[in-house]
Design a protein around this ligand. Sequence first.
Ligand code: EPU
Length: 341
Amino acid sequence: MCMDTSQMATALSKIMRGNVFTGEPLATYTTMKIGGPACILAVPADIVALQNALRFAAENGLAAYLLGGGSNLLVWDSGVEGLVLRLGEAFLRLDFQGNRVVAGAAVPLPRLVAESIHRGLEGLEALVGIPGTVGGALAMNAGPREADIGSCVHRVKVIGPDLSEGVLSREELSFGYRSSAFQARALIAVEAEIELQEADPAELRARAGTFIEHRRRTQPLEHPSAGSIFKNPPGDAAGRLIDLAGLKGLRRGDAVVSEKHANFIVNLRRARAEDVLNLMIEMHARVLKQFSVSLEPEIKIWGYDETDSLPWATSCQGENPRGVLDGENSDKGGDPASRLG
Ligand code: EPU
C-alpha cells in the first residue's frame, strides 16, 4: 500500500520540472510485460529536475528506482513502493561530431547503434538488436564480452550518490562483464561521450546483419522476455548449463524456460513475476546440484521484499556495498540513487 501517495506526488510536482504519475502499471514499461504499479512514477525533464526528485526521495524516505528501457528487469506483481524515475527530454540528446558522439542516457540504444552504422562509425555494431537505453547499456556494460559498450566510452557525465555532477573517464568507470561503476558506486549516467572509428557503412551493415541473424536463430525474440536471466559463469555459458540440466520447456504459469535458448524465460501470455522467480530458483538449484555452479542473475528484481533470502544472495554480496541497479539489493531504503536501470 502506498501511504499519502497523492500528497507526495503533488509535492514532488511542485519542486520538479517534468511529469508525475501515481499508480502507473509498470508492465507496459518492461520488455517482459510483467509487473504491478509504481506508487509514484516521475519523469524529470532535466538534470536539475532529476537531482530535485532524488533529494525529495531521500528527504521523504522513499526508495528511488531509475527505469531505463525495462529490458533487464523483473517488477514484482504487487508493484514498487517508492519513486520510479524515467529520464525525460533533456536526456535524449544525440549529437555526432566527427567520430565522437554524445548520447543522452535516455536515448534508445538501437537508435544510437543504427545511426552510428549509418554514418560509417565502427564500434557499436555488435550491440545491434539489444533493447534498452544508453544509460541502461552503460550500467550493465551491454554487448558481447569482446565488443561491449564500455570499450567505446570516452567519458560519461554522471550524478553521484551525493547528487553532485561529475565527469568520469572510461578507466574510472571500471567496465567489466555486465558490471560497471554505475552499479558498484551507485552512479547515474546523464550522457556519454562515445568514441568510434571511421569505417565503410556497407561493411558495418553486413557485420551487424550477422549479429542479428545469430540472435534471431538462437534467441526467442518472438516472445516477451528480459533477455539473459543469468550472467555467464567464468569460462562457460549459463544457457549451456541450464540446457544440459534438462530445463528447456519447464513451465510455471505462463512463464517458460525457452526451448530456443535455455537462459531466457519467456512470457507466453499472463506470466506473473512470482512464476518467473520460481523458475529462476529452480534453474539455479538444478544447475548448482548438477554442475556445482551458482548462477548469478543478470536481471534486476524490483518490489520483492525478500531478496536477501534468495539462493544467489550470498554469492552476490560484496558486489556493491551501497546498492545496485534496478533494486537488486531489495527496496529497504538506503541510498536513493542506488537503484538505476
Ligand atoms: N547454448 C546451449 N543451449 C542453449 C543456449 C546456449 O547449449 O539453450 C550454448 C550455445 O550453443 C553456445 C553457448 O551456450 O555454445 C553460448 O550461447 P550464445 O552464443 O547464445 O551466447 P550466450 O552466452 O548465451 C551472450 C549474452 C547475450 C548476447 C549473446 C550474443 C550473456 C549472459 N548473454 O549469450 O546477451 O546476446 O551472447 O551472442 O552474456 C543479455 O545479456 O540479455 C543477452 C541476450
